[in-house]
Design a protein around this ligand. Structure first.
Ligand code: SF4
Length: 270
């Protein structure tokens, strides 16, 4: 029996809406799902879902190593989920009792590019409830600043861009046509509506091929471009001065000797 089931691709953070053809309980085809908020397109990885689901190399049951870690033959033996979970819980408890929970390190695949995206919050809760500060992520170079730099600098994450209302969209070191298909679809919609798209990236492939202006900076020269753009805005007085004064640290004094912002306590008379 052949059925078509609406759903979404879980293989990365984009979560593209998909129409899944299931024949005799086997996934045989995946297509975009127009009408779904993220269903405009699927990348090659999403379309390959039937191969992934049906791959003989896919791990679907827990395996326990029965030989030492330096043995070239791990001696994998299939165990039930209950056995695997009991074994892991017992060992975690033994280590925590002997050395403290911080002696246990957890590792997770990247939430950006794997199905871990829908589970990572629960993994983080487990790690914190257990009491370990050690969670190892495989995070891409492009993901680290997005997830942490804003949080550490401003106390909040980078937020979600409002592509639907934007007149100008600047993609700087971000290539959603390659890495976040649902965003690329929304940007294409915005461009059709009249928004202009600028891409700043040494490589043109992907979003750089679908923009109004591509600035192919040399790797490592982004700061020079940013400073040049700032200088131009100030020189032409085309910046929003009220906004800059109220919401940025641009009007603050800088101590040229240290390069740090001057504190009120350091001013004469304080
Ligand atoms: S971009 Fe590709 S892998 Fe990611 S959710 Fe969409 S189809 Fe799946």
């Amino acid at each position: 029996m052949k059925e078509q089931k609406p759903g979404y691709c879980t293989l990365c953070r984009s979560r593209c809406g998909s129409l899944n053809t299931v024949e005799n309980e086997k996934l045989v085809a995946v297509e975009p799902l127009p009408g779904h908020p993220t269903g405009g397109a699927l990348c090659a990885k999403g379309r390959a879902a039937p191969e992934i689901a049906d791959s003989p190399r896919r791990l679907t049951r827990p395996l326990r190593r029965t030989r030492p870690k330096d043995d070239p033959d791990p001696g994998w033996t299939e165990v039930t989920w209950d056995e695997a979970l009991d074994d892991i819980a017992r060992r975690m408890r033994e280590i925590a009792d002997a050395h403290g929970p911080q002696a246990v390190a957890f590792a997770a695949t990247t939430p950006s590019g794997t199905p871990m995206v829908d589970s990572i919050d629960w993994v983080e809760r487990l790690v914190r409830a257990f009491g370990s500060p050690n969670l190892l992520y495989a995070v891409e170079n492009c993901g680290w600043h997005k997830d942490y730099a804003h949080e550490l600098t401003f106390g909040a994450d980078i937020g979600a861009p409002d592509y639907d209302a934007a007149d100008l969209i600047i993609l700087w070191g971000h290539n959603p046509a390659r890495t976040w298909l649902a965003q690329a679809t929304r940007i294409a919609d915005a461009r059709r509506r009249g928004a202009r798209v600028v891409v700043i990236d040494p490589k043109r492939g992907g979003s750089g091929q679908q923009c109004d202006l591509w600035l192919g900076v040399r790797p490592g020269s982004d700061a020079a471009l940013a400073l040049g753009a700032l200088r131009h805005l100030i020189h032409e007085r085309s910046h929003d001065e009220d906004f800059v004064r109220s919401w940025t640290n641009a009007p603050y004094l800088v101590d040229l000797a240290t390069g740090r912002l001057v504190r009120s306590a350091e001013l004469p008379g304080h």
